[in-house]
Design a protein around this ligand. Structure first.
Ligand code: ZN
Ligand code: ZN
Length: 278
């Protein structure tokens, strides 16, 4: 192993940010560079770590099983954690290279969604690429990849096709799996808007939209306990998770196995928390 690769690896590892597409791409570039180097055990172990960081566990597994020493406690532990993801592929989404837009100014018009005050900020819509909407076939730079509950799959939908109801109509589907606490919602238009004209959040177990008072809530964002602390609302949300606040403070993590979904009532302004597990 040359010193430079090892040094570069330490640098890459320190600066890696899995939620930044540019950082993911840098890690892929570095991976290709390491692959071109001599296949020493040291270099192969770096490759294993890179694949783990990129959550590409089958690739990590293939290489690790060729270099590991199961007499070594550290290797045993590492083998166990890689094996876990091989056996539970649904628990993890690999970080593949991303297409990055040069120009970050959003051109696509985003209509106003009643139940999504800020759909880009709350990560309902993505803006990393330019894609073609499966419904209107227009090129857009703001799009939804959460799909629709329908027989046919929709890969990309634009905000306008969702907002107008065109996408739900075309696919004869809806964006929510279930509605929670909706017994007091009597206005059928509200229900139609949430089911057919509001994109769902991406969840582990299905999009279940919260209602409060006599309307559906606005989706504020994906949260873990630390996000609730940051918002300073740990004492003042309505808890629909089925867990005590103490349990939540220990297990709720954004992008983790116990994921929180934060809503806010459009009528009384209360925060409402829902969660599910991977
Ligand atoms: Zn469209
Ligand atoms: Zn309310």
């Amino acid at each position: 192993m040359t010193t430079s690769i090892l040094e570069e690896w330490h640098e890459q590892r320190k600066n890696f940010n899995p939620s930044n597409p540019a950082s993911i791409n840098h890690m892929h570039e570095f991976k290709e560079k390491v692959k071109l180097h001599e296949q020493t055990e040291g270099n192969l172990r770096i490759l294993v770590d890179i694949y783990c960081m990129l959550r590409m566990y089958s690739e990590a597994y293939k290489i690790f099983t060729s270099v590991m020493d199961l007499g070594n406690k550290k290797d045993q532990k590492k083998f166990g954690s890689i094996k876990y993801y091989i056996d539970n592929p649904n628990c993890v989404k690999p970080l593949y290279p991303c297409k990055i837009r040069e120009d970050k100014t959003i051109k696509t018009v985003i209509p106003k969604f009643k139940y999504l005050p800020d759909p880009v900020q709350s990560k309902i819509f993505e803006t990393e690429e330019v894609v073609t909407c499966d419904c209107c076939e227009q090129e857009v730079d703001v799009y939804y990849t959460g799909g629709i509950y329908a027989i046919e799959e929709a890969e990309y939908l634009c905000p306008t096709c969702i907002h107008s109801g065109a996408a739900a109509k075309k696919y004869d589907g809806s964006f929510q799996q279930d509605l929670i606490n909706d017994e007091t919602v009597v206005n059928a238009n509200f229900t139609e808007e949430i089911m057919c004209r509001t994109p769902g959040y991406v969840s582990w177990q299905g999009n279940n939209w919260m209602a409060h008072c006599s309307d559906y809530c606005a989706f504020i964002g994906y949260v873990g306990w630390s996000e609730l602390v940051e918002l300073d609302i740990t004492e003042q949300f309505e808890n629909y998770t089925g867990f005590s606040t103490e349990e939540l403070s220990e297990s709720l993590m954004n992008n983790g196995h116990h994921q929180g979904y934060l809503f806010q009532c459009l009528q009384c302004g209360r925060y409402v928390l829902y969660s599910d597990f991977s």
